[in-house]
Design a binder for this molecule. Structure first.
Ligand code: NAP
Length: 313
């Protein structure tokens, strides 16, 4: 029987710290703001937008929504990004993906000023991750709180993509050692699978990345000590595809017809074999949002620190 990796517990812990930091900044007359840019009507994005706005409200972050229609042109979207880059009220920008098919997502994400790229998806942020220039944030075994307190996290270093960073944090929160393990990731997107593979590699796991063209997916998943799935294919991972005692992280989000949410994993059959398992909802999702808030506050702190180094302790 699996131990459930409850993302809400870790998320509450991170948000508590975020709230305190926001209060400290407020004492110095600084408000923290997050920009949320959405084009089109993707159901999963709407859910994410709603949850993020609620989390911002609770933490004391002002959320600024920029909603564009499905027919918005690339120029219109880029204009919004540019104006957010200049907006002193906004410390971070999250572009909700996917954008409409016609739009070149990389072009849009790369226009976000690196210091506001709090989801770490611009080429500069991804490059820093690949070059191990920002991975120090995941090196200190599970001790993120002290990194944050020591001020190391406020150094200008680029932000790590929130979802894969959340996966690492959640795994370590539950005391799972990553070093030397065989980690298998399903999905190679730039938002999730690819950066997660870089982070797990930095943590010295042996990493295998699977995708749609992988022949015999089960052959690879059955070898995984840590299996992370991010496909958006409901029920893709069944009990017969996992090794006894494996750690299973379900990142997938599928919005079902009745409005409920399910992951990629067939929970019932996998739960019987795995040692740790994330639920959907309530697993990686809440941690992703907490880290998004954490990165936004860091951005505000960086900004303030660079302008007035003496006021941040
Ligand atoms: N929990 C969270 O906080 C969070 C955050 C972000 C995303 N998500 C969810 O995570 C999922 C993935 O997001 P994404 O942005 O990475 O999506 P994406 O860009 O659509 O990528 C999906 C990946 O899954 C692979 N894939 C799809 N079907 C597969 C199959 N049958 N076998 C093997 N691989 C398969 C695709 O392979 P190819 O590259 O070969 O096409 C692709 O690499 C979605 O459900 C999304 O909603 C959750």
């Amino acid at each position: 029987m699996s131990q459930i990796m409850d993302g809400r517990k870790l998320s509450d812990q991170i948000k508590e710290k975020v709230k305190k930091d926001i209060e400290d900044l407020k004492e110095h007359g600084i408000d923290v703001g997050l920009g949320l840019l959405m084009a089109g009507e993707n159901l999963a994005s709407k859910e994410y937008l709603y949850a993020t706005i609620q989390a911002c409200k609770k933490a004391g972050i002002a959320s600024h929504q920029f909603k564009l229609s499905d027919s918005a042109s690339a120029n219109e979207i880029l204009n919004v990004v540019h104006s957010i880059n200049r907006d002193e009220r906004i410390n971070g920008l999250l572009v909700l993906l996917p954008l409409p098919r016609r739009i070149n997502t990389r072009r849009v994400v790369n226009e976000i000023a690196p210091e506001k790229d709090i989801d770490g998806l611009g080429s500069l942020s991804i490059g820093r991750l690949a070059a191990d220039e920002s991975t120090f944030q995941i090196f200190k075994q599970g001790d993120y709180e002290s990194l944050y307190r020591s001020g190391t996290m406020t150094a200008v270093s680029g932000f790590l993509p929130c979802t894969p960073f959340g996966v690492i944090r959640l795994i370590e929160y539950y005391g799972v050692n990553i070093k030397g393990k065989h980690a298998v990731i399903i999905g190679k997107s730039l938002a999730v699978g690819k950066p997660l593979s870089l982070m797990l590699l930095a943590k010295e796991a042996t990493v295998t990345v699977c995708h749609r063209e992988t022949k015999d997916l089960g052959y690879f998943t059955r070898q995984a000590d840590i299996l992370c799935t991010a496909t958006g294919m409901k029920g893709l991972i069944r009990g017969d595809m996992v090794k006894e005692g494996a750690v299973i992280v379900d990142i997938g989000i599928n919005v079902l017809q009745d409005g409920s949410i399910a992951g990629d994993v067939d929970f019932e059959s996998v739960e019987k074999k795995s040692s740790f398992l994330t639920p959907v909802p309530g697993g990686v999702g809440p941690v992703t949002i907490a880290i998004l808030l954490e990165n936004t506050v860091r951005s505000a702190q960086n900004n303030q620190f660079l302008k007035h180094p003496l006021i941040i302790g």
